[in-house]
Ligand binder design. Structure first.
Ligand code: EPU
Length: 307
């Protein structure tokens, strides 16, 4: 298939699309610092909306100007070295969180999961313990049905607060959505918040489950080095980490991108890795595992940006 190249958006086009924004607007902004893997190029323009009205304006402006719009969560993603054309939006300033009553919590998309867990613990609310050690945001977690073997977003999600592609705010009930392993099928649009149904529990119980699980993750995963979480999804009935280790690939590296020696389904950035090195390493691992075991591993990460 031949894809028609869209012309690169010009600065006046971008400016027009970003009128009325109260939040931060940064031109030619390097994106690596916004990602947990710390690789990748710059955005033509990065917008950090200060409220949901700003998100509505950005969506409408981008749509009117036919400008590509990318939402960057930052923890389960690789940004390519040439960066991202058009508007990149980070929801990191959307950080409101409150309890609506009856153990129902509303949280905006930019709230980080560790903060949500602290909030829940402070109110003796259980349901988010599975997320211990996941550095991502609520928005990213909802969009990909983030989870661990203890549970997943689907278990607590009551409804999603969305801005549609037409720039309208909409509440979408979780009962109308389909959830899969690391995937939520959502109407097209941007997740700006979520209602989570938690349950009352003893503070000590929440704390001990969280502590044990954090300890497990700290001992099995390279959490102190830049990484983007699990590289591949687990194939049914097996584990990507086991397969990669059995293929003898722990420690394999291209430049500063390395298959973690601690957990084989992590790629870590030893300091100055590029996206190109990371993605070459992903290809190499996939080829070797396919050759040795006949299993085609599927990427859990999202790869975005100009090729
Ligand atoms: N294993 C190996 N070698 C390795 C790594 C793992 O043999 O280098 C084996 C382990 O011994 C174990 C099995 O593989 O028998 C599973 O490993 P682990 O318990 O570490 O869990 P995982 O399946 O690799 C999943 C999630 C993680 C989550 C952990 C713990 C996926 C793709 N990953 O990992 O989620 O933290 O369980 O709940 O489902 C993420 O999605 O980004 C993520 C970090």
């Amino acid at each position: 298939m031949v894809r028609a190249e869209r012309p690169r958006p010009t600065v006046p086009m971008l400016r027009r699309a970003l009128l009325h924004i109260q939040g931060d607007i940064r031109w030619q902004e390097p994106l690596a610092p916004l990602t947990s893997l710390q690789v990748g190029g710059s955005a033509d323009v990065l917008v950090i909306p200060s409220n949901i009205e700003d998100v509505v304006h950005v969506v409408r402006g981008a749509r009117l100007g036919k400008i590509p719009l990318t939402v960057l969560g930052g923890t389960n993603v690789v940004v390519r070295d040439k960066g991202i054309r058009g508007i990149v939006m980070s929801l990191k300033a959307l950080t409101n969180i409150y309890e609506e009553g009856n153990q129902l919590v509303y949280t905006q998309a930019g709230v980080r999961l560790p903060r949500l867990m602290q909030f829940a613990l402070g109110r003796k609310l259980s349901g988010m313990e599975w997320a211990a050690g996941i550095p991502g945001t609520v928005g990213g977690g909802v969009a990909m049905n983030a989870g661990t073997r203890l549970g997943e977003m689907q278990n607590v999600l009551k409804a999603v607060d969305q801005v549609t592609i037409h720039g309208k705010r909409k509440r979408v009930e979780a009962s109308t959505l389909s959830f899969m392993y690391r995937k939520t099928i959502l109407p097209k649009g941007i997740v700006v918040g979520a209602w989570l149904q938690l349950a009352t529990a003893l503070k000590g119980t929440i704390q001990s489950v969280t502590k044990d699980y954090l300890h497990y993750r700290k001992t099995t995963q390279p959490l102190t080095m830049p990484n983007a979480g699990s590289v591949f999804k687990n194939p049914i009935g097996d584990s990507a980490g086991r397969l990669i280790e059995a293929a003898g690939l722990k420690g394999l590296h291209i430049g500063d991108a390395e298959v973690s020696t601690k957990h084989a389904n992590f790629i870590v950035n030893r300091g100055a890795a590029t996206a190109e090195q990371v993605l070459s390493l992903v290809r190499k691992v996939r080829e070797q595992v396919a050759r040795k075991f006949g299993v085609r591993l599927q990427l859990e990460w999202k790869v975005i940006g100009e090729r």
